[in-house]
Design a protein around this ligand. Structure first.
Ligand SMILES: NC(=O)c1ccc[n+]([C@@H]2O[C@H](COP(=O)([O-])OP(=O)(O)OC[C@H]3O[C@@H](n4cnc5c(N)ncnc54)[C@H](OP(=O)(O)O)[C@@H]3O)[C@@H](O)[C@H]2O)c1
Length: 173
């Protein structure tokens, strides 16, 4: 299975603000790109990000949520496409052992900040970064990761650019 990160940052590398659990901007084309990239794959997110979804889980994807409260949350919410785990390791192990027919081999870390920071300690194959063109302030800043990656794709969309980074040393495929 391949480990990937997907995030949206703005001109200040902001991903959000700790006083408001939700995206600070709305770019429909970026949301569509997120959906297109993550459909039929496995997601790993933190409990705050899950709470900000405003729905139990993102459809047509397996939703793993990391929380110290995972036992209680599984009793309340667990479904075939939603499961809570005590750690990223246990989530990845579960996914490897419970692959879903028709799904691909991609695992996406989808945030928030605590999960991105932990994810960067893993062998990440690809970072999909949407750079949204605004200067909104926030205190959740996406970590520096670029020194271990090279830029493979840069594409322009309405109001944002998509940057795709690959881990240095990965085969140039
Ligand atoms: N711009 C983007 O692309 C993007 C994407 C996603 C999210 N966001 C934003 O990011 C913000 C949320 O980020 P965040 O860092 O505050 O929260 P988060 O990473 O979404 O969730 C943090 C929570 O996850 C659980 N967790 C994380 N690591 C854990 C570990 N090792 N063991 C057990 N539990 C663990 C804990 O839940 P418990 O407290 O239950 O133990 C922790 O409080 C929001 O503002 C959201 O809108 C932005």
């Amino acid at each position: 299975m391949n480990l990937n990160i997907i995030a949206a940052i703005n001109n200040n590398r902001v991903i959000g603000d700790s006083r408001y659990n939700g995206l600070l901007w709305k770019n429909n084309q970026d949301l569509l790109l997120f959906k297109k990239l993550t459909l039929n794959s496995y997601l790993i997110m933190g409990k705050n990000t899950w709470e900000s979804l405003n729905c139990p889980y993102l459809p047509k994807r397996f939703n793993s949520v990391i929380s110290s409260n995972y036992k209680e949350l599984n009793e309340l919410w667990k479904s075939p496409k939603l499961e809570f785990f005590e750690s990223i390791d246990s989530s990845i192990n579960y996914i490897k052992n419970h692959q879903i027919k028709g799904f691909n081999d991609e695992i996406f870390f989808i945030g928030g900040l605590s999960i991105y920071k932990e994810a960067l300690k893993y062998d990440i194959k690809t970072v999909y970064l949407s750079k949204i063109n605004n200067n909104i302030n926030g205190d959740l800043i996406f970590p520096d990761f670029e020194k271990n990656f090279y830029l493979k794709v840069r594409a322009s969309f309405n109001g944002f650019e998509q940057y795709v980074y690959k881990k240095i040393g990965e085969a140039l495929s």
